[in-house]
Design a protein around this ligand. Structure first.
Ligand code: GDP
Ligand code: GDP
Length: 436
């Protein structure tokens, strides 16, 4: 999931409509990063098994012409910097407008792949009018789509995904766990890292006006190798809070993409908040390992029940994502800080664990025999055998006679049995059912 597609264009061309179509039922993550411009949206989309992050860059601006131009520059610059592919959306009903030309002028600075997306081509007849957009003199190709009825989307996405990098190609660090520490500002992330590593990390110098990919730092602690991915360098000189928020969200996305296990840190004195939930959901959706760290535990007045109550209140908020370990730490008093790394390592091992087909069938088929799936539409449902798929988070394929009739509560039952017998603490379990 390391590819980012940005939609840019003037207001009212249909960017958010198209965004919603691509994101579909998956709800937008990190909604409403509010600021001067209209809220920006981030979401996940998938096309033919290729996942990508999509950003609707917003773009509604009021104010003088100067402000307007500044906003365009900003919006487009963000897209140029962060995206791998840029969709420049225009309105086929309106044709080329002055504002479209201004967008094109700014976009011309990048060598990244750009496609002109002529939207509102609701009928085949309308889609014939794309020719005039050649006058914008930009982009690899022009596609006509209708964000409203979906036509043309497939062809466009096919072109888009052809630009994606193969994430797994030539990774020199394959096999070494990659951890990232994420969380809101001031929860204690860098203090934790410094305490764990015991020395100042390499400080990344800011190359002005540029962004960079995540920086990997390779560590050895207690004879274990691991990599901490850090995107500190991505943060640019932000002038307004809007930018700070935007970059910190993107930074989390990027860091998360490049890691196996995310250590999500919260501040005990502030409690678990909606942004923390966003990170948990993001990690879950991306099938990353999760360790939740409640830091600054020294600031909390405690009785014997406090940790339990704190944990319960978090679990109530994150349900049904319930499989991650929670560790209460204090960097200040060095309480349990090494447990964080040990846990992260353990979660990583759970993530890459492979179970033999014979063991799986012995254990899980036994459970299924004791408590078979409920019959559906008069059919008895039989799960015949199962196997683990060679993916980088535990995924199991179960063969059965009526795969579509396995109800969700039964799937949850099975996931619980997997956890009961095989652990998998900290990692999501995915089940697929196929007809046999
Ligand atoms: P944005 O400002 O670029 O994000 O544009 P919106 O997505 O808010 O859309 C602006 C207007 O165009 C809304 O009234 C949409 O319903 C309409 N619209 C968006 N896509 C289409 C389309 O494919 N066909 C038609 N006819 N209208 C569309
Ligand atoms: P970051 O923005 O998440 O990297 O947070 P920092 O590591 O910069 O820490 C923010 C502030 O919290 C600093 O003043 C730290 O000294 C303080 N801090 C970090 N960990 C703890 C802790 O466990 N207890 C207390 N009381 N303060 C902490």
């Amino acid at each position: 999931m390391s590819n980012i597609v940005a939609i840019v264009g003037r207001p009212n061309v249909g960017k958010s409509t198209f965004f919603n179509r691509l994101v579909g039922h998956r709800q937008a993550i990190m909604d409403n990063v509010s600021g001067v411009t209209r809220d920006r949206h981030y979401g996940f989309a998938e096309w033919q098994n290729q996942n990508f992050t999509i950003i609707d860059t917003g773009g509604y601006v009021t104010g003088s012409d100067d402000v307007f131009e500044e906003q365009i520059r900003k919006q487009v610059t963000l897209a140029i910097d962060e995206a791998h592919v840029i969709l420049f959306m225009v309105d086929i009903d309106a044709g080329v407008t002055d504002l479209d030309r201004e967008f094109a002028n700014v976009l011309r600075r990048t060598k990244k792949p750009i496609y002109i997306v002529a939207n509102k081509a609701d009928t085949p007849a309308k889609s014939n009018y794309y020719g005039e957009f050649y006058a914008l003199n930009i982009g690899l190709e022009i596609f006509t789509v209708s964000a409203q009825n979906g036509s043309g989307t497939g062809e466009l996405l096919e072109a888009v995904v052809s630009n994606f990098r193969d994430e797994d190609a030539a990774n020199p660090h394959a096999g070494i766990p990659r951890f990232a520490i994420l969380g809101r500002p001031n929860v204690g992330k860098s203090s934790m890292l410094n305490a764990l590593i015991g020395q100042e990390r390499s400080i990344v110098t800011d190359i002005s006006g540029t962004t960079r990919d995540a920086i990997d730092t390779h560590y050895t602690l207690f004879g274990k190798n691991f990599i901490i991915t850090d995107t500190a360098g991505i943060r640019k000189k932000a002038k307004v809070t809007e930018d700070i928020e935007f970059y910190s969200v993107l930074r989390s996305l990027r860091t998360l993409e490049t890691s196996d296990v995310v250590i999500i840190m919260i501040d005990a004195s502030l409690g678990f908040q909606s942004q923390d939930m966003n990170l948990i959901a993001l990690a879950h959706k991306n099938k990353k390992g999760i360790v939740l760290v409640v830091n600054k535990w020294d600031l909390i007045e405690k009785t014997t029940q406090t940790a339990k109550e704190f944990e319960d209140s978090i679990r109530a908020k994150t349900a049904p994502i319930d499989y991650f370990p929670i560790i209460f730490t204090s960097v200040e008093t060095k309480q349990r800080i090494f447990q964080v790394l040990e846990k992260a390592e353990e979660v990583y091992q759970n993530k890459v664990k492979r179970l033999s087909t014979s063991l799986l069938n012995d254990v899980i088929l036994h459970e299924i025999n004791l408590y078979p799936p409920p019959a559906a539409r008069g059919n008895q449902i039989k799960i015949k055998y199962l196997t683990q798929l060679p993916t980088n988070s535990p995924t199991f394929l179960l063969f059965c006679n009526y795969p579509k009739d396995i109800i969700e509560s039964y799937q949850r039952f099975l996931v619980n049995k997997f956890r009961k017998h095989f652990g998998f603490e900290g990692v999501p379990i995915t089940l697929f059912f196929r007809k046999k």
